[in-house]
Design a binder for this molecule. Structure first.
Ligand code: NAD
Length: 366
């Protein structure tokens, strides 16, 4: 059996706990993995002077596969998201986020099987921002008045939303190929082209062109606000949904809510030859160090990683073991209980114990 070397970034907040749980169950599948563990985030700033040090990026580039826990970004303090920067730095242009119902999950919805493909490098998350009052911002405001004939208030902050033909083409081609490889039937392009004609309008136009290259997959589009309502009312109509960065961020949490919450939503940041797996959820700081967070989203990200590595039987077994623990309903964290204070909820590490035990009961050929 081939040995895989994988970069593991434990993350901060609940990251180290959910990462340890995921690593344990991935190892328990028997797949031979050498872990290169590297810290990143605000906690390493003092030591390395930056939140994503070069040696961590080098490790990911060398190994081409990584799994990471969440990293905290303080709100509105001028510190850019390390997560967003990592995706841009490694050009991980597509973030695949499957949202799937597992039997036994407490949710208003059942039989959900949706996939969001989020463009990961452009849009309002491109990180091109101009702070209120700075001289570059005032210059830009003058330029906009001159070029667009539209005066902006001088005390405005400005975020730039670039969406390119290149970026849109490659994420849609990726999504259509992903749909074919994974036996899906339909791709929906999500946009707000009625309002943003030169960004979302371009997105829709390019999506329609790319769709013609894939006649075997059904194609349609939805305006993002309508999409949000439709996902709540009739999610069964949708399959693979492709959206720019910001809408993808928001609707990922909506879809996670359909399948039982953030504790169950995994993800795969994918580029041409590098993939970084991570849960949709953040660092949930209030639960850090309490052995409380649900590690299943991180474990399910591990399932995606195993399949990406070509270890599909191990990935299927791990998913089966997680599904068995959910169905059995005893060894689950607080967020999966009807009452969040339910004293029978178990901790992060006990979920890992239960998944390892379930794996041991599962036939290796499953
Ligand atoms: P969050 O996902 O951390 O938390 C949202 C809610 O879900 C909270 O109530 C939290 O307690 C709960 N929750 C999240 N994960 C859970 C889990 N595994 N088990 C049980 N409950 C869980 O989102 P937030 O509060 O908006 O963000 C906190 C920090 O995380 C911020 O600094 C944000 O920037 C960062 N963040 C990082 C990533 C990432 O690393 N990719 C993603 C999202 C947010």
């Amino acid at each position: 059996m081939a040995r895989h070397t994988i970069t593991l970034i434990p993350g901060d907040g609940v990251g180290p706990e959910v990462s340890a749980a995921a690593r344990r169950v991935i190892d328990a599948t028997g797949v031979d993995i050498e872990w290169e563990v590297h810290d990143a985030g605000l906690g390493v700033m003092e030591q390395y002077g930056e939140p994503m040090p070069a040696h961590v990026l080098d490790s990911i580039r060398r190994n081409r596969v990584a799994i990471k826990g969440p990293l905290t970004t303080p709100v509105g303090k001028g510190i850019r998201s390390v997560n967003v920067a990592l995706r841009r730095e490694l050009d991980l242009f597509a973030l695949v986020r499957p949202c799937k119902s597992y039997a036994g999950v407490r949710s208003r919805y059942h039989d959900i099987d949706l996939v969001i493909v989020r463009e990961n490098t452009e849009d309002l998350y491109a990180g091109i921002e101009f702070a209120e009052g700075e001289s570059a911002t005032l210059e830009l405001i003058d330029d906009i008045a001159r070029l667009a004939g539209r005066p902006l208030r001088s005390d405005s902050g400005i975020s730039i939303k670039p969406i390119s033909v290149y970026g849109t083409q490659r994420v849609f081609r990726f999504a259509f190929r992903w749909a074919i490889d994974n036996g899906r039937r339909k791709v929906t392009a999500v946009h707000k082209a009625n309002i943003m004609k030169h960004t979302d309008g371009l997105w829709l136009r390019v999506a329609e062109q790319v769709a013609r290259e894939f006649p075997d997959i059904e194609f349609e589009d939805r305006i993002v606000d309508n999409m949000a309502m439709q996902l709540v009312q009739k999610p069964e109509l949708y399959d693979v949904m492709v959206m720019p960065n910001l809408y993808g961020d928001i609707l990922s949490d909506l879809c996670a809510g359909l399948v039982g919450g953030l504790g169950l939503a995994p993800g795969a940041n994918t580029g041409d030859d590098i993939a970084v797996f991570e849960a949709t959820h953040g660092s949930a700081p209030k639960y850090a160090g309490l052995n409380k967070a649900n590690p299943m989203a991180m474990m399910l990200s591990g399932v995606l990683m195993l399949r990406h590595l070509g270890e599909t039987p191990a990935g299927d077994r791990l998913e089966g073991a997680i599904a068995a623990v959910i169905a059995e309903g005893r060894s689950v964290t607080y967020d999966m209980k009807a009452d969040r204070d339910d004293p029978t909820a178990v901790g992060t590490s006990q979920v890992a114990d239960a998944v390892v035990a379930a794996l041991e009961r599962m036939p290796v050929s499953a």
